[in-house]
Design a protein around this ligand. Structure first.
Ligand code: CMX
Length: 444
């Protein structure tokens, strides 16, 4: 049986001529124009990134390797006694586009075990931070501390660096990072919230199950972890965490530098930190409005307007690309509705009420192009229900999942030899000149 790396090597070899031909023969073909509002407004919709790992359609939502979320869950081999695939099966699929056999999944699980040794100086680096540092700072520092192990950096410094095979050492780092990041995340959780009660990995368990085990969670949480990491893995290339990772790696900074930077972007409240903000908003709402009464749509409406009128965003709603409810939201909602206990949970019911109310309020407010919920509007309530109530940790969970997409993408970036990223900037005076010229041309 060919290993994952051998399968990947064959796929990259086969794929390369497609990229080379596009650049060589069709390099001048235009795929879009850039407007002044795109240049000033965060490059929204500018088509200048390429990935085949996932694609985000504004109306349909995400497809991983051509498959929707339900199709992905359906197609992949499942974890033992579970309706969900293992993260390892998903990793194989994300990297190659092939649905792995059970034997191939078992091989990835076994291989990750060999990579799960985190050097003790990583723990020292994290322990050296003030205990009230944000867990995303701890994750970013933990990743950077592991950089000493980078096989890509070692290859670059070996004097034998060769562009054609550079992807192989990125792949090695990528596998090390995805295998180790849940262990680092569990360490941070136990350090911060369980009085440094550290639990060793259980070599019998797959990644999701092992994460549940390490943070002292119940049997049912194993599926929560698997589902959560898969859903948060990838959202095409333009989001801040994926794009940052791609950008930093394009300078041939190794995967540790690149993903530590990606994590720093994920920590922004308009991106991954929104999951912590959603929980914070919802609990503050309960505290302020529902001490002596049950929540109602009228109270939720009032709280939403209070947020908007104070100039803040409603966390968990809106998206730069999506123009409908995020299927990652729906997938988690379905999980809640199918989980006895959770479907009748007070907080879940409140989140469902916000889902019924917020889009109307945002439409009336008239600013957000997409008034529908994104992934972050639903994820915290599941963690809360299972007892992971330290909501400043939620973005770390996002970061564990996002590692899969970012690492798969930069492995392919090197495989296809993507160039250092370097868009061109212009000055405001240039924009004003072009604006005047276009006005004149229109009036002639
Ligand atoms: N609440 C209030 N206002 C919102 C809003 C929301 N949820 N979503 C968008 N808007 C506002 C924007 O702030 C912007 O206002 P200004 O014109 O004053 O700058 C206006 O509506 C237009 O924005 P947009 O084009 O609809 O959205 P953007 O592409 O600029 O931003 C996003 C997208 C996600 C940052 C934005 O919708 C937002 O801030 N949402 C809340 C935070 C959040 O949930 N982020 C998580 C996204 C998913 C993820 O990455 O994890």
């Amino acid at each position: 049986m060919a290993t994952l790396k051998e399968i990947l090597a064959k796929k990259i070899e086969e794929f390369r001529p497609r990229t080379t031909r596009l650049v060589k023969e069709f390099g001048d073909v235009k795929i879009g124009d850039v407007t002044i509002s795109q240049a000033i407004g965060g490059a929204r919709d500018v088509k200048c990134l390429v990935t085949d790992i996932s694609y985000l359609d504004p109306h349909e939502g995400i497809r991983f390797r051509g498959k929707t979320i339900p199709e992905t869950f359906e197609a992949l081999p499942k974890a033992p006694n579970s309706n969900y695939p293992t993260v390892e099966a998903f990793w194989f699929f994300l990297l190659t586009g092939d649905v792995p056999t059970q034997a191939q999944v078992d091989e990835v699980i076994a291989e990750w075990k060999t990579r799960q040794v985190v050097p003790s100086y990583v723990w020292d680096a994290i322990r050296g931070l003030p205990r009230d540092s944000h867990p995303m700072v701890m994750l970013s520092v933990g990743l950077l501390a592991m950089q000493r192990d980078s096989k890509f950096a070692a290859f670059y410094n070996s004097g034998k660096f060769n562009k054609n095979v550079a992807w192989e050492s990125v792949y090695e780092d990528a596998c090390d990072i995805v295998a180790r990041i849940p262990i680092v995340a569990a360490f941070i959780y136990n350090l911060k919230y369980r009085s440094d009660f550290q639990v060793p990995i259980d070599p019998k368990l797959d990644m999701g199950a092992n994460f549940a085990h390490m943070i002292g969670q119940c049997e049912d949480y194993k599926d929560v972890a698997r589902m959560y990491f898969i859903l948060h893995s990838d959202h095409e290339s333009g989001n801040v965490s994926a794009h940052t990772t791609h950008l930093v790696h394009s300078a041939l900074s190794d995967p540790y530098y690149a993903y530590s930077a990606g994590i720093n972007g994920l920590a922004g409240p308009l991106h991954g930190l929104a999951n912590q903000e959603v929980l914070d908003w919802t609990l503050k709402f309960q505290e302020k409005y529902c001490k002596d009464q049950e929540p109602t749509k009228e109270l939720v409406t009032k709280a939403l307007w209070d947020t908007l009128n104070s100039g803040q965003v409603v966390p968990g709603y809106g998206h730069a690309v999506l123009r409908k409810t995020d299927p990652r939201y729906m997938s988690q909602r379905e999980f809640c509705l199918n989980t006895p206990g959770l479907k009748d949970d007070k907080l879940f019911k409140l989140v469902a009420m916000i889902f019924e109310t917020a889009p109307g309020v945002l439409m009336e407010h008239g600013k957000a192009k997409n008034p529908w919920p994104n992934v972050d509007a639903q994820s915290g309530v599941i963690q809360w229900y299972y007892g992971v109530r330290e909501w400043d940790f939620y973005t770390v969970l996002f970061g564990v999942g996002r590692a899969l997409g970012c690492m798969a993408n930069i492995t392919w970036d090197r495989g296809l030899g993507y160039a250092i990223e370097r868009p061109k900037s212009v000055t405001t005076a240039m924009l004003e000149k072009w604006a005047e010229e276009s006005k004149k041309a229109a009036s002639n």
